[in-house]
Design a protein around this ligand. Structure first.
Ligand SMILES: *Cc1c(COP(=O)(O)O)cnc(C)c1O
Length: 438
């Protein structure tokens, strides 16, 4: 079984009625660091990285990139760098985090549908390895910026391969009507411009990303097929030699028992088998998973507080977090699995609705889940929160963002400090004319 096919982190154990992660008792972690608490299991991250490397080992021109937007902190970046991954970044903040973590910037790709002038300048200053050009406007802008510096910059073209994958609408990106990338019918015009006019752009290959939480291998097969055909068509039509193909990320993970993501090995087979159909010189394939690298490694610990029994209806129990630390249920109707960290063996169960603490009726973390009878003070452990939780977190209701702890070999270390009340007001300013004269 691949680690992305597990709901729980690989080190998860049950001992003395408690959940243990990375050799650390989750109840003790909650006590020591407070809740809500993001906990990341280092062994799970490194394990899945090794799976990716082994699965693609048979294909010699493969480059692994981590899609930082899934979870971007300095310590996480250090781990992925240590595992030999490059980084797919989408903002100045991500580029800066990666740079400050000591990453070789030639392994970094900058991607996005509306990169600002200052972000592009930062990318050029830090010499990121590739910029994925998304649209006509950006091609001209980037060429001007590179020309001003007297440099040429290596680019990929982000294209929309026209693949519909059956995932949530908001996380589909490769279909024809998408805000990302060039339509296939626009590829020849942009390449003509690059070859004849934008002399400061050095086109290396194509980039696509067909969506997220993908379970269908056929989508990858089709994507690779389209990219390879497109690259050979371009090469012969324009008499150039594109030899890079970035196929994006998107492999799904198992949030609940109903989720059946393919394994990393199956993904590798789908990708490489689509490649071997062609006898042309094999391009370098970049793959840039985010969710499947980091999701399973993460859990969130919450403390149970109030509860409410609707007469003849459901029973709500409220946690001390919710949509601000995990916006996915309210945004995408995402489903999660949970256990009670201090009652793993208790058999006296009930059906609960897990409500968040935020002032929004839609702030429900889990609609319906069978758990041991809950009381105030119990610790709820929600699985698969490594990806797109902290990275999408907000300060809604003026609540401090939780801390994040990395566990490994019975050791726990803070990798993101809990925000304080002073952090919350630290960017505020009161104009003089409003100040209180006392
Ligand atoms: C979001 C994104 C990824 C990562 O997607 P996951 O579903 O997290 O694997 C990779 N590449 C691009 C271009 C993206 O936008």
């Amino acid at each position: 079984m691949s680690f992305n096919q597990s709901i729980r982190p690989i080190t998860m154990e049950e001992k003395n009625n408690h959940l243990i992660i990375g050799g650390c008792d989750t109840v003790e972690l909650a006590k020591k660091y407070g809740t809500p608490l993001y906990v990341i299991d280092e062994a799970t991250i490194r394990g899945i990285c090794k799976e990716y490397k082994q699965a693609f080992a048979g294909y010699k021109n493969i480059k692994m990139m981590y899609a930082s937007k899934a979870l971007c902190t300095s310590a996480i970046t250090r781990i992925l760098d240590d595992e030999g991954f490059g980084f797919d970044t989408v903002s100045a903040g991500e580029i800066y985090t990666v740079y400050k973590s000591g990453v070789d910037m030639s392994k970094v790709l900058f991607n996005g549908n509306n990169k600002s002038v200052s972000e592009l300048e930062l990318a050029l200053n830090y010499k990121v390895g590739r910029i994925s050009v998304d649209n006509f406007y950006e091609a001209e802008l980037l060429n001007d910026l590179a020309e001003k510096r007297g440099i040429t910059t290596d680019i990929l073209l982000r294209i929309t391969p026209g693949i519909e994958c059956h995932t949530h609408n908001y996380i589909q990106t490769g279909q024809i009507d998408s805000k990302f990338g060039f339509d296939l019918s626009q590829v020849d015009s942009i390449i003509t411009l690059i070859l004849n006019k934008y002399k400061h752009l050095n086109l290396r290959g194509l980039h696509a990303h067909i969506g997220s939480q993908i379970f269908e291998l056929q989508s990858y097969h089709d994507e690779v097929d389209i990219l390879v055909k497109e690259i050979s068509r371009i090469n012969s039509k324009f008499n150039i030699k594109l030899n890079e193909m970035n196929i994006g990320g998107g492999l799904g993970v198992k949030y609940t028992q109903d989720d059946t993501p393919p394994s990393v090995i199956e993904l590798a087979k789908a990708v490489t088998s689509a490649m071997t159909k062609y006898s042309t010189e094999i391009p370098t394939i970049y793959i840039e998973p985010g969710r499947s690298i980091i999701s399973t490694s993460g859990i969130t610990l919450y403390t149970i507080g109030s509860s409410k029994q609707i007469p003849n209806g459901r029973k709500y129990v409220a946690i001390d977090g919710g949509m601000a630390d995990n916006p996915r249920p309210s945004m995408y109707q995402a489903k999660y699995t949970a256990q009670v960290a201090n009652k793993v063996m208790n058999n006296d169960t009930e059906i609960f609705t897990i409500a968040g603490r935020y002032c929004e009726s839609g702030d429900i973390l889990i609609e319906s889940i069978k758990l041991p009878k809950l009381e105030a003070g119990d610790i709820l452990c929600v699985y698969n929160t490594g990806a797109y939780n902290y990275s999408m977190a907000s300060n809604y209701n003026r609540v401090e963002k939780p801390a994040m702890v990395l566990v490994n070999n019975s050791q726990s270390d803070i990798i993101v400090y809990r925000e304080t009340l002073d952090d919350l007001i630290s960017h505020d300013n009161i104009p003089d004319r409003l100040s209180k004269n006392d």
